[in-house]
Design a protein around this ligand. Structure first.
Ligand SMILES: C[S@@+](CC[C@H](N)C(=O)[O-])C[C@H]1O[C@@H](n2cnc3c(N)ncnc32)[C@H](O)[C@@H]1O
Length: 251
């Protein structure tokens, strides 16, 4: 994408979120952002997190980079970032989305890798982790990539997220923050609270939970199939995710 095709570099009238319920009905289409990568997050989420939990020229990590939303926001906000994904198609898109010139922008490094083993990142070298893993296999990003956690069922996924949490704790500097967006799912009419299970894994890895933010989802309207079944089987449609902010304490 060439820079001259970008019509708008920043959101209009942006204000930091001030409470624990976040909702972005217009997901944000500035710079190179679009909604085409399945399950990508609104750029308002990393923008809020990056501004609140990092400084200019800090090093940020998104080890589930997907379509590159966090990378674009870090670059625009003069932060350096390492973006990692197991999937080549995600990495191609990350390169495309970050291919713009902007004065005073951050440096983006894009790597193929596995969020459980970030051997190329030194201990305590990252200033902020801002990431969005798959929610087990709710969206399967591949059918054949061995290390793709979106191919795991819930219990396998949580077993692997334990390694992700340990790796987050290893690479993050003391006194810094790690933000993760997670969703739940349903089985046989009951909620599987995998978000909170994941939160507990991060606490077990050493983190202290600083914030639990509820993020409203706007792509799950109660219509058609879901409306009919929700009423017939008496369940509510899940319309929120959790954004956890963890702190690695200084001592
Ligand atoms: C929910 S998406 C991230 C979307 C991203 N926040 C965006 O806005 O585009 C999750 C990503 O995790 C990747 N992934 C799955 N397993 C992984 C692993 N073990 N290491 C790194 N990335 C992985 C998938 O390929 C997918 O692109």
């Amino acid at each position: 994408m060439s820079p001259h095709r970008i019509k708008k570099w920043e959101p209009d009238h942006f204000e930091l979120e001030l409470n624990t319920v976040w909702s972005f009905p217009e997901r944000g289409n500035w710079a190179t952002h679009d909604a085409k990568y399945r399950g990508n997050w609104s750029p308002y989420i990393p923008r809020n997190l990056i501004l609140r939990y990092s400084h200019e020229r800090d090093l940020i990590l998104d080890q589930f980079a997907g379509g590159g939303t966090t990378l674009v926001e870090a670059k625009l906000l003069t932060r350096n970032i390492i973006g990692v994904d197991v999937n080549d198609s995600a990495l191609i898109r990350c390169h495309e989305k970050c291919d713009f010139e902007r004065i005073n922008s951050g440096v983006v490094e894009i790597r193929k890798g596995d969020a459980r083993h970030l051997d190329f990142i030194q201990n305590e070298s990252v200033d902020f982790i801002c990431t969005h893993p798959p929610y087990a296999n709710i969206i399967e990003y591949s059918s054949d990539i061995e290390n793709d956690l979106s191919r795991c069922n819930v219990s396998e996924f949580l077993a692997q997220m334990k390694h992700v949490a340990t790796e987050c704790y290893r690479v993050l500097k003391k006194g810094k923050f790690c933000a993760i967006l997670m969703g739940d799912t349903r089985k046989n009419g009951h909620v599987i609270t995998m978000s909170f299970d994941a939160m507990k894994l991060f606490e077990a890895a050493g983190f202290k939970t600083k914030e639990v933010i509820i993020k409203e989802q706007h792509n799950c309207k109660a219509t058609g199939y879901w409306k009919t079944n929700g009423i017939k089987f008496n369940f509510l449609l899940l319309a929120h995710e959790y954004l956890f902010v963890f702190k690695k304490m200084a001592h």
